[in-house]
Design a protein around this ligand. Structure first.
Ligand code: UGA
Length: 439
């Protein structure tokens, strides 16, 4: 919304939320999330044509177009628990829109939703005879955290799905008009509303599948003395496959991939497509396997016991350039290491507060230290969880001197120079490459 406000000063954009603390943060100098470049965009538009408010009723009444961006977490109860999307907030919002609308509206689905959710929205909105016209269009968001501003400013595509009715097409054109302010027209794709809803889930499933594919091969590389970076370079130069999203890692995280794939799996099961469901379930299965494999590898390399050993986690965010830790592989790894009675020291430039919340109440000894040198001092091992650039440029000679010997490094992101680390004295365990050890 901030980008729309920034690029289109002729529109008034009001962001409403039920949470007053969040809205106060959006109105302050301390934004509630860390995202490179966001602050500048907000500063350009806030108070001019971008407003943050808790007045939901007023926001609905006064707007012609409503972007619904509420959360759709995985259901934790009843049918589809652990897989299907929990649509209770979505439905409540639809009823709220109906209650407070006094004029025709275009409703834009921004949240990632299962296919045919627009139908439920339409049914709720047309459930009373109030003569108002509501057009529901789907406009999924493809930005990734950490690169959100660039993704919004220069998107690969903007997708708009609508009904093929005259008013559906008119609503679609209104959205095309908004994005045309800065996105070239050939990158604005239109489709049926159902294709649009499904494309969002499928895009994330394909991206996650690419990571799970390379991660599965990383396990093979470790056994077969091959190097996953060389394999992914060789594979990725085939333009049909592409080089992006082929970085082997400790596993993918984030609030979207797992949730969206499980949603896709649930949809396939719902429609009786068991084989298709099983195929996509495998992508999540490999991700769980990769995280567990990382812990088991740490244990077997450190003489089959982690009890009482002090381990420094370099990074806790699910990826670099964000403070977000949702579904971060670091959460799973931390819990498993604590189960093995290891002691943890966690360092991250932006995610320490979230890390504290994630591990709140978990048994075991954990400390949180912002300075990576202080964090790693006195540790038996370092495990890289997040590919923050600063970690690649640390003074590892200094770090080595401060650690317990033999010193171990498990590079869950393959960002460190393993040969240099080995020469310093470390025993180095990258992902998908032969380890370099002094034993
Ligand atoms: C993802 C998609 O990339 C976006 O297109 C989509 O809009 C978004 O979900 C969403 O549905 O909202 P995001 O989760 O923010 O974006 O971040 P990604 O860059 O996709 O990274 C996801 C995870 O995969 C991270 O843990 C990252 O470290 C990991 N990853 C990524 C790898 O392990 N290897 C890679 O090669 C790339």
């Amino acid at each position: 919304m901030a980008m729309i406000a920034c690029k289109c000063p002729q529109y008034k954009v009001t962001v409403v939320d039920i949470n007053p603390t969040r809205i106060a943060q959006w109105n302050s100098d301390e934004l509630p999330i860390y995202e490179p470049g966001l602050e500048e965009i907000i500063k350009t538009a806030r108070g001019r044509n971008l407003f943050f408010s808790t007045e939901i009723e007023k926001g609905i009444k006064e707007s012609e177009i409503i972007f619904v961006s509420i959360n759709t977490p995985t259901k934790t109860f009843g049918a589809g628990a652990g897989m299907a999307a929990d649509l209770q907030y979505w439905e409540k919002t639809a009823r709220q829109i109906l209650k407070y609308s006094g004029s025709d509206k275009i409703i834009v689905e921004k949240s990632t939703l299962p296919v045919k959710t627009a139908l439920a929205m339409e049914r709720i909105l047309t459930s009373t005879n109030n003569d108002l016209c509501f057009d529901v269009v789907s406009n999924p968001e493809f930005l990734a955290e950490g690169t959100a501003i660039k993704d919004l400013e220069d998107p690969d595509r903007v997708l708009i799905g609508s009904r093929e009715t005259p008013s559906g097409l008119k609503a679609r054109d209104k959205l095309v008009e908004i994005y045309s302010n800065w996105v070239p027209e050939d990158r604005i794709i239109t489709s049926s509303i159902w294709s649009s809803e499904l494309s969002k889930l499928v895009s994330n499933a394909f991206l996650a599948q690419k990571i799970s594919s390379i991660n599965s091969i990383s396990a093979l590389c470790e056994k077969a003395d091959a190097d996953i970076t060389e394999v992914s370079r060789a594979v990725g130069t085939d333009s049909r496959l592409g080089s992006k999203f082929l970085n082997a890692s400790v596993g993918f995280g984030g609030s979207c991939f797992k949730k969206d794939i499980l949603n896709l799996v649930y949809l396939c099961r719902y429609y009786g497509l068991k084989e298709v469901a099983r195929y996509w379930e495998g992508v999540v299965g490999i991700n769980e396997y990769q995280k567990e494999r990382f812990v088991l590898n740490m244990m077997s390399s450190m003489f089959n016991t982690l009890a009482g050993k002090k381990i420094c986690l370099l990074g806790f965010a699910f990826k670099a350039n964000t403070g977000d830790t949702r579904e971060s592989p670091a959460i799973f790894i931390s819990k498993r290491l604590l189960e093995e009675m290891a002691e943890l020291v966690i360092t991250d430039p932006k995610a320490l507060e979230n890390a504290k919340t994630d591990l709140d109440g978990v048994d075991g000894k954990v400390s949180y230290i912002e300075d990576p040198y202080e964090a790693s001092a006195g540790c038996d091992a370092i495990a890289v969880m997040t590919e923050w650039d600063i970690f690649a440029h640390l003074d590892f000679e200094k770090i080595y001197r401060s650690m317990v010997k033999p010193a171990f490094i498990f590079d869950g992101r393959n960002i460190l120079d393993r040969k240099k680390l080995f020469e310093i004295g470390f025993n180095v365990f990258p992902i998908g490459k032969p380890p370099l050890t002094h034993f």
